[in-house]
Design a protein around this ligand. Structure first.
Ligand code: NAD
Ligand code: GLY
Length: 351
């Protein structure tokens, strides 16, 4: 088992390895008194891993309630948030009780937000079961739900108390859902680690999954420790996300988060190259890394269709927006541009 430490204002550990879910209660018990835990999972994950999680927590002395909702991005909304909060209230959960998110990024974001606002904040743990959640969404404390107007428009910064990442659970992921996580892993390579990028570009890294997850979590931890509230450096973690979120929303979420990020990353890399901020070889290398992992790079929509949605991006400040652009593999920068120049900047890459 590998353990990464996240140095947020309230630090916590990320445990990564095989066979961790059956030991999650025992590991949690090392730092927490027994309490009640609301275990939230979507229907797919609950069927696969709900019983194991309940057994692990109960044998360590925790008392578990199960909350199950329909899988998919469509559940990351205010209605499901309200149901989860009301379930905790109906069960008489108090501020010394906890929530646990068993699943992918949808479950983590929804459950984390519920924990952030239930009785003004209770603790929660993350039990990621997708590659994306393992390397990204379970760490860093960004929680949110979508509004009809856009992705993640209501949320809170609320760090988990611990993350237990059982790599065994990733074995049941369909290939296309695993690939969604690879888009975020490629993002970490482009941002900060040319060696990681090269490994991912081979399209064959499953034998080194634990090391890849640990390295991605380590990179994320550096950005989070420096800028927990996303006011500066952490915004770099949104490479590919400005367009990615718009593509997801415009597709009515038929295009997944990971695929939106893959396309967004390719587009922004080609824009960066067209404007002379990086070489064309950098944009081409990013495309190769993504396609080697079964990910798309071409935007299926016209720039006019999605440009309006960028208004909701959380990196917009008044009439300006910060874009994360690659300078080279392993190095990115923030480019602050006026909103009225955005379409022109992006148009270069709509091929
Ligand atoms: P997801 O949670 O919807 O999971 C994808 C699908 O995989 C679901 O249908 C789920 O039932 C299924 N699944 C999960 N684990 C499984 C397993 N082990 N075996 C078989 N099936 C399994 O999606 P995701 O890709 O994990 O996460 C995407 C979400 O994460 C988006 O909403 C995105 O905005 C969010 N996100 C948040 C952050 C953050 O920092 N908070 C970062 C990146 C992404
Ligand atoms: N996924 C972007 C962040 O956590 O900041």
């Amino acid at each position: 088992m590998e353990t990464d430490n996240i140095q947020a204002a309230r630090p916590y550990k990320v445990h990564i390895g095989r066979g961790i879910l059956p030991k999650a209660g025992e590991l949690l018990r090392q730092n927490h008194k027994p309490c009640r835990i609301m275990l939230a999972a979507d229907d797919t994950v609950d069927a696969l891993y709900g019983d194991t999680a309940v057994e692990a927590l109960e044998k360590a002395g925790f008392s578990v309630c199960r909350h199950v909702f329909a899988h998919g991005e469509a559940s990351k909304n205010m209605e499901q948030l309200s149901r989860l909060l009301e379930h905790m209230a109906a069960e008489g959960f108090s501020r010394s009780d906890m929530a646990a998110a068993l699943g992918g990024g949808v479950t983590g974001d929804l459950t984390g937000f519920a924990a952030a606002v239930y009785q003004r904040g209770i603790e929660y743990i993350q039990l990621p079961t997708t590659f994306l959640a393992a390397i990204d969404s379970s760490v860093g404390g960004k929680t949110a739900v979508d509004l009809p107007q856009g992705k993640n428009q209501a949320g809170a910064f609320w760090q988990p108390s611990a993350v237990f990442c059982d790599i065994d659970t990733l074995d049941t992921l369909p290939a296309e859902i695993f690939a969604d996580g690879t888009a975020e892993a490629v993002k970490y390579g482009v941002l900060a680690d040319a060696e990681l990028f090269a490994l991912l570009s081979s399209g064959d890294f499953k034998s080194e999954l634990a090391a890849v997850i640990s390295r991605c979590v380590e990179i994320k931890g550096i950005f989070v420790a420096e800028d927990e509230q996303d006011k500066g450096k952490r915004q770099m973690l949104n490479l590919g996300h400005t367009l990615g979120h718009c593509i997801e929303q415009y597709s009515n979420y038929s295009i997944s988060h990971g695929r939106g990020v893959a396309i967004g990353m390719s587009v922004i890399a080609h824009c960066s190259a067209a404007a002379g901020y990086c070489g064309r070889d950098t944009a081409e290398a990013i495309d190769k890394a993504l396609t080697a992992n079964g990910l798309p790079v071409l935007c299926p929509y016209a720039i006019e269709d999605i440009a309006g949605l960028i208004q909701n991006d959380k990196k917009r400040r008044g009439d300006r927006i910060s874009l994360v652009i690659p300078a080279a593999i392993g190095e990115c920068r923030l480019l602050d541009i006026p909103m009225n120049e955005l379409s022109g900047f992006l148009a270069a890459a709509f091929r």
